[in-house]
Design a protein around this ligand. Structure first.
Ligand SMILES: NC(=O)c1ccc[n+]([C@@H]2O[C@H](COP(=O)([O-])OP(=O)(O)OC[C@H]3O[C@@H](n4cnc5c(N)ncnc54)[C@H](OP(=O)(O)O)[C@@H]3O)[C@@H](O)[C@H]2O)c1
Length: 321
């Protein structure tokens, strides 16, 4: 099968289109014929090697990048229940093993759910990593309740735009930070208030916040400013992927508030199934910036480095009929 692999870390050119062995699914795995994959910030950070020292697991090169996928099940491992050949699925395969910039991927069945029927394969591939991260931040970490005031940093991003919709779905009053050019996008998604991170100081303009979700990895200084405007018993969730520093945990304790760091979640099938249902009930939308054929993956990575418009960059592997 064809796959995009890296043998060394570096610029987009290190991604090579190669002929490799089609994977054989283990007993707990499904083999998926890939229809689409998508580009996430972690793909760029692994490709250029900048995140390697912070990963909890070892990476082995060469590796196939890509940890969002949508496709059709080709083969089911002997221990897999709940899926059959021909099912349309979406999921997060094998992070950080061989991923979905390929014609086929084999991965733990628990990391997939049935694809929403109401969206295309290209749209479905744009969902798993970003939506699961937003779910972790808003639903698990944020424990958002109806009527609460939720502040989302990086609200127009891949993760942020799902976070806005999940918080609205939970009945919250949603405030987002973004650049002014993205305000209309956020208002259409349901944000109640928007602040320009380039020209406004949210910490001087806002108060009585119950939940803060940092969907942009803005660091401890922003976390401390956010905690200052937080109510007692508040919650702070962050996508930063490494522990909160002591000053932040102390500030949280001073408000009897909780902190939640998203490290990447393993048991995602239940969350993906709920997310799939929200799409089919027309309660959730996914923003796509651009769709590239798999062979143009280097262009997609270059675009991701400078992206100035909301929406995910999708890699189409198989054309949908
Ligand atoms: N821990 C995990 O498991 C996990 C999982 C997924 C993602 N992540 C991390 O979460 C972050 C977001 O991922 P993503 O896919 O959503 O990326 P993304 O689409 O690039 O979104 C980031 C957003 O943050 C905005 N932003 C930049 N600086 C800001 C500031 N000072 N204040 C408010 N917003 C600001 C960006 O706006 P502009 O367009 O104006 O720059 C962009 O809309 C990445 O760092 C990613 O690595 C972590």
């Amino acid at each position: 099968m064809k796959a995009i692999r890296i043998h060394e870390f570096g610029q987009p050119e290190v991604m090579k289109l190669e002929e490799v062995e089609r994977p054989i699914p283990a007993p707990n795995e499904i083999l998926v014929k890939v229809y689409a994959s998508a580009v996430n910030p972690i793909d760029l950070k692994i490709r250029d090697g900048s995140v390697i020292s912070r990963l909890h697991v070892r990476l082995h090169l060469p590796i196939v990048l890509g940890w969002d996928v949508s496709g059709i099940i080709e083969e089911v491992g002997s221990e897999v229940t709940g899926f059959k050949q021909g099912d349309e699925v979406f999921g997060i395969p094998n992070f950080p093993g061989d991923g979905s910039y390929a014609e086929y991927v084999a991965a733990d069945a628990q990391k997939f759910a049935l694809k929403p029927r109401s969206i295309t394969f290209n749209q479905a591939a744009a969902v798993p990593v970003s939506a699961i991260t937003a779910w972790d931040g808003i639903i698990r970490g944020g424990q958002v309740q109806p009527g609460e005031r939720v502040l989302i940093h990086g609200a127009a991003g891949n993760v942020g735009h799902f976070a806005v919709q999940f918080a609205k779905w939970k009945g919250a009053y949603v405030i987002g930070t973004a650049k002014a050019a993205d305000f209309d996008f956020l208002k259409k998604l349901g944000a109640d208030e928007v602040f320009d991170y380039q020209s406004q100081k949210f910490e001087e303009l806002l108060k009585d916040i119950d939940v803060v979700f940092d969907a942009a990895v803005l660091g401890s200084e922003m976390q401390l400013k956010s905690i200052k405007i937080m109510n007692k018993n508040g919650r702070l969730s962050t996508t930063q992927g490494y522990p909160l520093i002591e000053d932040v945990t102390k500030a949280l304790a001073g408000k009897n508030a909780r902190g939640h760091v998203i490290y990447g979640e393993n048991k995602i099938q239940g969350w993906l199934t709920e997310i799939s249902r929200l799409f089919d009930e027309n309660k959730l939308k996914v923003a796509i910036n651009k769709i590239y054929p798999l062979v143009q993956v280097s262009d997609a990575h270059r675009e991701a480095q400078i992206k100035r418009r909301p929406g995910k960059l999708v890699l189409e592997v198989t054309k949908e009929k």
